[in-house]
Design a protein around this ligand. Structure first.
Ligand code: HEC
Length: 491
C-alpha cells in the first residue's frame, strides 16, 4: 500500500488496529521509518522505546500528547533540553507523517506485536543489529555456572553442584575432573567460575572459585568463597595452590546466600574476584571482612603493593572495592580496560557498576531495591561517598554473568556487554558509551534461566542455560534484520 493511502487509513483511526493485524510487517517500514531512523532513533531508540530521550511508546507526554502538540514538539524542539528543532529540516507533511508513525508504533506496541524472541534451535531469529541462530552445543549438564575454552578446542565447564567437566573438541563430555577440594553445595553455595591464565599455553594454570567447606573451632560446617589454581593432567586437577582463602573466623555457616564467585584477569595480569556479602549485609561496608567485596591479587595470590587498603590496620589487603551485595558478573571492557560488575540486588535493585579502585558501592546503605517481602530496606538511593550504579533494573531481572563481546562473528556487537539473567530468563545486549548505558536490547527470552554468557574463540556467543549450553552464531546469510520484532527496554 502506498504511503499516503496508508496514512489516510491511519487517520481514520478505527481502521488502524485492523490494518495492523492484517499487515503487521508494514509498521516500522516505509519512508517515514527511514526519516525516523536517520534523525530520531539515536536518541529515542530504534523502536521508539527510549534511550537517552524518552520512550514514545508509553503514552506519557510531557509537552502534550494530541497530534498538534506532538507536531509542535517535533517542529520547534526543546533545544535547551536536548531535543533539536526539526522544522527547518523536515517538511511539514513529513512531520505529520511522523506523528502518525508514532501512533502506529504505539499501537503495535500495545497490541503486543512487539513480542520477545523465543528462538527455536537452528531457526534464524532477528535482532536489531544481527540476525542470529541458536544451536545446541552441550546437553545434559546440570546448572552450568561457567565455562572456559581450552586451546585444544574443548572446554572446561563448572556445574554449580560441584562438578568440573572436561569437554572434548568433539563436544562430548570426556569426564569429570577429579581432585578438587571439598565443596559446599548447599543453598547458593557451589562450584563457581573457571578461568584460564592469560598465558595458559605457557603455564597451564586453571583458576577456580568455589565455596570452601571447613569446620570451625566448634566443629560446625562453615564455608566462604575461596580461589585456587591448579593444572590439568588428563582428568586430574594437580599442582594445586591457594590464591585466596579467608580466615576461618570469616567463614559462615555452610550453605546460605551470596557467594559472588566470579573471576577476571585485567590486561596487566592481575586477577580480580568477587565475594558476595554471604547474607551479612553490614560486612559489605567493613573492610576488615572479605565478604561483599571485589578483590585484586597477583596471579599467584600475592597482594599487590598498590591495593587501596594495604596500609589500613586490620583491612583485608586484597580488597579492591567494597559495598557490594552479590556480584556474580565481572568483566573488563576490551578497549577502555574499565572493570564492570553485575550484582544481584534485593527486590528491584539489580545493578551494573563501574568498579574503581577503593570505591564504596553503597550496599546496604543505599539501594534502588526493597526487601523481598516488599518492606523498605533503606530509604536512601544515593549518598555522598558512595558510587551510583551505571544502570539498575526495576523490577529485578536477577542479573548473573556478563561478557563484553569480542569476536568477529557479529561485527556490530563488538564491545557490547552481554548480560545473563536468571529470573527474567533474558539475554540482554547493552551498548555502553562513556561508562553509561546508551541502549539495551533483549536478544531473546524464555529459554530458561541464563547463568552466564561468554564469547567463544570462534566468535560465537555461548549461553549457559539450566541444563544445557547453546551456541549463538550469525545467521547463515549474515543479513541483519530491521523489520523483525525488536524487544527492548529503556536504559
Ligand atoms: C539529540 C537527541 C534527540 C533527537 C535526535 C531527537 N530527540 Fe526528540 N527529544 C529529545 C529529548 C531529550 C526530549 C525530551 C525533552 C523534554 O524534556 O521535554 C525529546 C522530546 C521529544 C518529543 C516530546 C515528548 C514529550 O514527552 O512531550 C517528541 C514528540 C520528540 N522528541 C520527537 C522526536 C522526533 C520525531 C525526532 C526525530 C525527527 C526526535 N525527537 C529527535 C531528544 C532528541
Amino acid at each position: 500500500m502506498p504511503w499516503p493511502r496508508r496514512a489516510a487509513l491511519a487517520l481514520a483511526g478505527l481502521l488502524l488496529p485492523a490494518m495492523l493485524s492484517a499487515q503487521p510487517g508494514r509498521v516500522g517500514t516505509g519512508k517515514i521509518a527511514e526519516v525516523y531512523k536517520q534523525y530520531c532513533a539515536s536518541c529515542h531508540g530504534d523502536q521508539m522505546q527510549g534511550a537517552s530521550a524518552p520512550s514514545m511508546l508509553d503514552d506519557i507526554w510531557l509537552n502534550g500528547g494530541d497530534d498538534d502538540s506532538l507536531a509542535r514538539s517535533i517542529r520547534n524542539g526543546f533545544p535547551e533540553r536536548g531535543m533539536p528543532a526539526w522544522g527547518a529540516l523536515i517538511p511539514e507533511k513529513e512531520i505529520r507523517a511522523m506523528v502518525i508513525y508514532m501512533r502506529e508504533m504505539r499501537a503495535r506496541h500495545d497490541s503486543g506485536q512487539l513480542k520477545f524472541a523465543e528462538p527455536k534451535d537452528s531457526v534464524v531469529a532477528p535482532s536489531l543489529l544481527h540476525a542470529y541462530q541458536v544451536n545446541p552445543w552441550l546437553d545434559g549438564v546440570n546448572e552450568p555456572w561457567s565455562m572456559a575454552f581450552l586451546p585444544d578446542g574443548g572446554a572446561l565447564v563448572t556445574e554449580k553442584r560441584g562438578r568440573l567437566l572436561r569437554v572434548g573438541a568433539d563436544r562430548k563430555v570426556a569426564g569429570r575432573v577429579e581432585g578438587l577440594p571439598e565443596i559446599d553445595n548447599d543453598g547458593q553455595a557451589g562450584l563457581f567460575d573457571v578461568l584460564l591464565h592469560p598465558r595458559y599455553a605457557e603455564n597451564g594454570w586453571v583458576y577456580l572459585a568455589f565455596s570452601d567447606l571447613k569446620r570451625n573451632k566448634d566443629n560446625q560446617k562453615v564455608s566462604i568463597t575461596r580461589v585456587i589454581r591448579g593444572r590439568l593432567k588428563g582428568l586430574q586437577f594437580v599442582d594445586q595452590e591457594t590464591i585466596f582463602a579467608a580466615k576461618i573466623e570469616h567463614y559462615r555457616k555452610e550453605g546460605g546466600v551470596h557467594f559472588g564467585g566470579r573471576l577476571a584477569f585485567d590486561r596487566e595480569g592481575y586477577l580480580f574476584f568477587t565475594i558476595g556479602d554471604r547474607g551479612a549485609m553490614a560486612d559489605a561496608q567493613n573492610i576488615t571482612r572479605p565478604n561483599g567485596k571485589v578483590h585484586r591479587v597477583h596471579d599467584d595470590g600475592r597482594i599487590p603493593a598498590d591495593n587501596p587498603f594495604v596500609a589500613e590496620p586490620g583491612a583485608v589487603p586484597s580488597i579492591w572495592s567494597f559495598g557490594h551485595r552479590n556480584p556474580q558478573g565481572l568483566a573488563f571492557h576490551p578497549e577502555t580496560g574499565q572493570l564492570f560488575d553485575s550484582e544481584h540486588g534485593p527486590r528491584g535493585g539489580d545493578e551494573l557498576n563501574l568498579v574503581r579502585r577503593g570505591d564504596n558501592y553503597g550496599w546496604p546503605v543505599i539501594s534502588y531495591g526493597m526487601n523481598y517481602d516488599g518492606s523498605t530496606l533503606t530509604p536512601l538511593t544515593a549518598k555522598e561517598g558512595m558510587e551510583q550504579p551505571v544502570v539498575y533494573w526495576v523490577p529485578s531481572i536477577a542479573v548473573c554473568g556478563i561478557n563484553f563481546y569480542s569476536g568477529s562473528e557479529f561485527p556490530r556487537w563488538r564491545n557490547n556487554l552481554f548480560i545473563a539473567s536468571l529470573a527474567a530468563q533474558e539475554l540482554r545486549r547493552l551498548e555502553i558509551v562513556d561508562g553509561k548505558v546508551a541502549y539495551q536490547e533483549i536478544i531473546f527470552k524464555n529459554l530458561g534461566r541464563i547463568r552466564h554468557v561468554i564469547t567463544g574463540p570462534d566468535g560465537a556467543l555461548y549461553v549457559l542455560l539450566q541444563s544445557r549450553i547453546v551456541r549463538v552464531s550469525a545467521a547463515p546469510d549474515k543479513v541483519a534484520s530491521h523489520s523483525g520484532p525488536v524487544p527492548s527496554t529503556k536504559g
